[in-house]
Design a protein around this ligand. Structure first.
Ligand SMILES: Cc1cc2nc3c(=O)[nH]c(=O)nc-3n(C[C@H](O)[C@H](O)[C@H](O)COP(=O)(O)OP(=O)(O)OC[C@H]3O[C@@H](n4cnc5c(N)ncnc54)[C@H](O)[C@@H]3O)c2cc1C
Length: 425
């Protein structure tokens, strides 16, 4: 294998709402070149597939591309793990695993993102019983600021702090991910569900499949526009004929209204490989709309209905700026900076129209409404950084332990940037 994440236009993020400030870009092709780049840098950040919407990956120093390092995939069937390069995209890894009879338990809505970049930000898909992509990490190999190569495995003292790293601890050259025997999934889309009835028993709806997503435009606040149910083909029973009176769509749907479904993975209840159903979008197309911004807040499951009601109350302000809102579930993990740390969560995601000033004006209103419910923002999407250094330690019990780990692994502050400083690191 030779190709990892694409390296085109490394000066802007995927959404193009951000021009990176890096003074220099280096494209290492070996671990030795990478180590040299880290050792000689006073400030550096790794750039994965550039899919973050905020400044988490930005630097005024050196940008180190992960996508030019050699791509490797090694399956260890006995330990049920795959070791793969950090710059590889999920879309590059998945078919290799599938050919050998293996799968990952879950994927995000898109396969375009790099393994290490996704894991560093707590990226997730959906599923009551399935954790975030970071929760599948069994080990990682890290080049720290002093140029040393460290391996951390699940169970090691620093491991739980080092997985969702916000890119603050070093360069992840390889990750070991848990694998499971390959499986097939069929997805069915239901349209126009009554929100009150959904919220009356949210667990029943999110439990309809292995992975379930609900989409709202909030144009009609009483309606869930679409419900995507992804069921394992080996699960008992069939997809229901209707959900709370809502019938399955008779043609393929895109989550965004009036957008062609060509870029979406196959639906209509047709079984297919896990990696061609769990993401909403196909690798060979631009995911989502492409002209958008995103935010997401993850709330503990017991608070989910109240938090959704808060967003519903804000619908008149949210809807005009919104393309679509997506609700997903993520199972708890023990990773210190994971938004699912120590609690099952419901993710309330917003795909915004690309009007950043207006979105940034609305986010404090949304965050104030969700604050009583313990909402943790997605690290890779837009959220309010003002005051975050005060708020985050209340949301993350291991915050100061992470700060200490960062100080130990990066005493020179090589991987520090404005984003991390505003978080207090
Ligand atoms: C269209 C679209 C759909 C999305 N869908 C989802 C979704 O379904 N679920 C979800 O949770 N999120 C989703 N996201 C958000 C996305 O998954 C995250 O932003 C993720 O971090 C992207 O990975 P990346 O490689 O592009 O990260 P980058 O933006 O390149 O980097 C993110 C952070 O990781 C660090 N990093 C990257 N590579 C390394 C490395 N090798 N070693 C150390 N640090 C590294 C960077 O320095 C930076 O701090 C979506 C984003 C887009 C644009």
């Amino acid at each position: 294998m030779t190709s990892t994440a694409p390296t085109a236009d490394v000066h802007r993020n995927w959404a193009s709402n951000l021009e990176y400030r890096a003074a220099r870009v280096v494209a290492p092709t070996s671990t030795e070149e990478l180590i040299d780049a880290v050792r000689s840098a006073s400030r550096a950040k790794v750039l994965g597939s550039r899919h973050c919407f905020n400044t988490i990956a930005d630097t005024d120093g050196v940008h180190i591309l992960s996508g030019t390092l050699p791509a490797t995939v090694e399956i260890d069937s006995a330990r049920r793990v795959v070791r793969a390069s950090g710059g590889l995209r999920y879309g590059g890894l998945a078919p290799v695993l599938d050919r050998e009879g293996w799968a990952l338990a879950n994927l995000a809505s898109l396969p375009h993102i790099s393994l290490a970049g996704a894991v560093a930000t707590g990226t997730h898909g959906s599923g009551d019983a399935v954790g975030s992509l970071a929760s599948a990490v069994a080990g990682l190999e890290l080049v720290t600021a002093d140029g040393e190569l460290q391996t951390l495995r699940r169970g090691d003292a620093d491991f739980d702090g080092a997985v969702v790293s916000l890119g603050a601890l070093g360069v992840v050259t390889a990750v070991e991910l848990d694998i499971v025997p390959t499986f097939e999934v069929a997805q069915t889309v239901y349209e126009r569900l009554p929100l009150d009835e959904v919220l009356a028993d949210l667990d029943a709806v999110t439990g309809l499949g292995y992975s379930v997503s609900m989409f709202h435009t909030w144009r009609d606040p009483g309606i869930v526009d679409q419900l995507w149910v992804k069921r394992r083909a080996d699960a008992a029973g069939d997809a229901p004929d209707d959900v709370l009176g809502a019938a399955p769509a008779t043609a393929k749907r895109h989550p965004l209204p009036d957008v062609s479904a060509e870029s979406c993975t196959d639906q209509l209840g047709r079984p297919g490989p896990w990696y061609a159903r769990l993401p909403h979008f196909k690798l060979e197309f631009t995911p989502s709309n492409g002209d958008e911004l995103q935010s997401e807040y993850l709330v503990p499951r017991p608070n989910a209905v109240a938090a959704i009601q808060q967003i519903r109350a804000l619908a008149p302000r949210v809807a005009p700026l919104l393309q679509v809102c997506e609700l997903r579930t993520v199972a708890r993990d023990g990773l210190w900076l994971s938004p699912a740390y120590d609690t099952d969560v419901v993710g309330i995601h917003f795909t915004w129209k690309p009007d950043q000033p207006e979105v940034e004006a609305l986010l404090p209103v949304i965050e104030a409404a969700l604050e009583p419910y313990g909402a943790r923002p997605h690290w890779g999407k837009l959220f309010v950084l003002d005051g975050a250094a005060d708020r985050m330690p209340r949301l993350y019990p291991r915050w100061s332990d992470f700060a200490a780990l960062r100080d130990r692994l990066d005493p020179r502050g090589v991987f520090r940037n404005d984003f991390l400083e505003r978080l207090g690191f």
